[in-house]
Design a protein around this ligand. Structure first.
Ligand code: SAM
Length: 211
């Protein structure tokens, strides 16, 4: 893992619903071929329970354990790698949907304003490709819109430069208390603990101006 990561140069701006670089195009879910997938997501998030979202769940250990321990919430996992989703999805309890998608499209186009109570991003990829960069002003705005006013965003990384980059994007957000632990560590979290690597954490609530 690079210890001197710096954000790649930003892409030219685009409208909020058209996120540049997104897998399949950010208007992907407007295509008729994906109507059933979109309906599946919309039905899942329509329930009255609080909604938690984990971005980049990889093997899914954290979100699957969270969903088992907190059956009174709904848990949506968004992961871009199909093989990971296919492997983890059969283990998901009824209150957990593991979905193959680019989180940037999901937040920009699919999650209703104020619907989400918790967003967790554990060890986001420290990419050097601007088209793959998750942490942009547009993504932060979209997360801020999707979160309820008292909702929380948790970002955890072992890359100091990424921690600083995310911190700069989250200026104006309010420091918040972290939710209880999931009950299982993510794969990278285990590695960091085993190797004694420093881990940087942020837990914040959105500023009111983003809704
Ligand atoms: C460095 S890994 C960390 C995985 C896991 N959260 C952990 O802590 O071990 C980053 C994960 O985010 C996923 N990912 C990267 N960009 C994504 C995006 N735009 N939308 C959804 N998932 C993404 C990757 O496929 C990968 O599984």
């Amino acid at each position: 893992m690079s210890t001197d990561w710096r954000p790649p140069p930003p892409l030219p701006p685009s409208s909020p619903e058209r996120v540049r670089g997104v897998l399949g195009g950010s208007l992907l879910y407007d295509q008729p071929a994906l109507a059933a997938e979109r309906a599946r997501l919309e039905a899942f998030i329509a329930g009255p329970e609080p909604l938690g979202v984990e971005v980049g769940f990889d093997h899914g250990m954290r979100i699957l354990e969270r969903a088992r321990r907190q059956p009174d919430w709904r848990w949506l996992g968004v992961e871009i790698r199909r093989a990971r989703v296919d492997a983890a999805a059969p283990h998901a309890p009824e209150n957990c949907l593991l979905w193959r998608a680019d989180a940037r499209a999901v937040f920009a186009a699919l999650l209703p304003p104020g619907r989400v109570s918790l967003v967790e991003v554990y060890f986001p990829t420290p990419t050097e490709n601007p088209r793959h960069l998750l942490w942009t002003p547009g993504f932060v705005d979209a997360v801020g819109r999707a979160l309820a006013p008292e909702g929380r965003l948790v970002v955890v990384t072992d890359v100091e430069g990424l921690h600083e980059h995310v911190g700069a994007l989250l200026q104006g957000w309010t420091e918040a208390e972290e939710p209880p632990a999931a009950g299982a560590l993510s794969r990278r979290e285990r590695v960091c603990r085993r190797d004694g690597l420093p881990v940087y954490r942020r837990c914040v609530s959105p500023p009111s101006v983003t809704r």
